[in-house]
Design a protein around this ligand. Structure first.
Ligand code: GRF
Length: 194
């Protein structure tokens, strides 16, 4: 039997995308399992979601490290210690150093709530509303040292209606994110040789 891909999910917050990935691994018979969730925030609700599914959690506060390089090195060590094969960023609000990303080539993916390359950075959904565009969406992409860059794996568009508010649009984009992240992970797992 093919060995299961061991996935770590890095979070900073509520973890609805983490939940979508947990559900995917539970519901579908894919050769992948989430074996570790790392948060840089001790109060991230995603940690509770992981614990509810009996997934190991680690809190690594960036505040305990002198600089980004040392924080990233700690994360790298924990990933190695836990024999992680692949990393999903799901609302992880820290920029990763080039040195770290280079240690995990094509092994880290991220989800962003816009149709990249539009609306990079924080508040992407608000940026789309403010720009008065009619379509936005979400993107799953490989992580490179440049923020919200890197080869795109999958995108889903979301129509912005005149009546949309930040809340209603956020809800639509997040639903699209959960579908997209599941699909992206399924596609990647099916192509991995490990
Ligand atoms: C998502 O919108 C994701 O695209 C962005 O951060 C948010 C995380 O939401 N990178 P959640 O914690 O998965 O609910």
């Amino acid at each position: 039997m093919k060995k299961k891909l061991k996935i770590a999910v890095l979070i900073s917050g509520s973890g609805t995308n983490l939940q979508a990935l947990i559900d995917l691994c539970k519901e579908e018979n894919i050769p992948a399992e989430i074996t570790l969730v790392i948060s840089n925030k001790a109060d991230a609700y995603g940690l509770v979601r992981a614990q509810n599914s009996n997934i190991k959690t680690e809190v690594i506060s960036h505040k305990d490290y002198k600089n980004r390089a040392e924080f990233d090195q700690k994360i790298h060590q924990i990933l190695l210690y836990n024999k992680i094969d692949f990393v999903c960023l799901a609302g992880f609000m820290r920029l990763l150093t080039k040195e770290f990303v280079d240690l995990w080539p094509e092994k880290i993916i991220n989800i962003h709530p816009s149709l990249l390359p539009d609306f990079k950075g924080v508040d992407a959904i608000k940026q789309a509303l403010d720009a008065k565009v009619k379509v936005t969406g979400c993107t799953v992409h490989f992580v490179t040292p440049i923020m919200d860059d890197g080869p795109i794996i999958i995108q889903e568009s979301v129509t912005i209606e005149d009546k949309d508010t930040l809340d209603s649009l956020s809800e639509k984009v997040h639903k699209a994110e959960h579908r997209c992240y599941k699909q992206a992970l399924k596609t990647i797992v099916s192509k991995q040789n490990h």
